[in-house]
Write a new protein. Structure first.
Length: 146
């Protein structure tokens, strides 16, 4: 199956949100997603990537490029919301998308890629490990500040 990847446009936001809501059981509103996309669409460090089969969005991830002043960390990228429409899984689309993310990250001068994934996504974790990602010794901490 041939999949093509490209940076998302504003016109893709509704399909991205529908896909992410399906894959992650999220309830992100289209209004919120469009607002945030518009606010960040010209930020070269915020990249929404979509994968298409027959001009239909079937895969998505968000790449955030993080330049730092620290030599060891240098510039790195973080991937989140890595998802493939359930009907298209097991066709190596996620691997192809990770390859595209790695290419984009290298083009942006990144020395590493990090990935966030929920603990319950065990099949996705197997894909990430097969691609060469390793589980860090770090913990991911979060605090709501609403």
């Amino acid at each position: 199956m041939e999949v093509k990847f490209r940076k998302a446009t504003f016109d893709d936001v509704e399909k991205i949100i529908t896909l992410c809501n399906e894959c992650f059981n999220e309830q992100t509103s289209l209004e919120y997603a469009k607002k945030v996309y518009k606010e960040t669409e010209n930020d070269k460090n915020q990249i929404y990537l979509v994968g298409l089969v027959d001009d239909k969005i079937i895969a998505h991830t968000k790449i955030t490029i993080i330049p730092t002043i620290y030599e060891k960390m240098n510039t790195y990228s973080i991937l989140n919301h890595v998802c493939v429409k359930p009907d298209y899984r097991r066709g190596h689309i996620a691997t192809k998308m990770l390859e595209e993310c790695e290419k984009i990250s290298k083009e942006q001068g990144c020395v590493a890629i990090e990935l966030w994934s929920n603990n319950f996504r065990q099949p996705a974790h197997a894909c990430y490990k097969n691609f060469g990602f390793e589980v860090n010794d770090a913990k991911f901490f979060s605090k709501e500040i609403r």
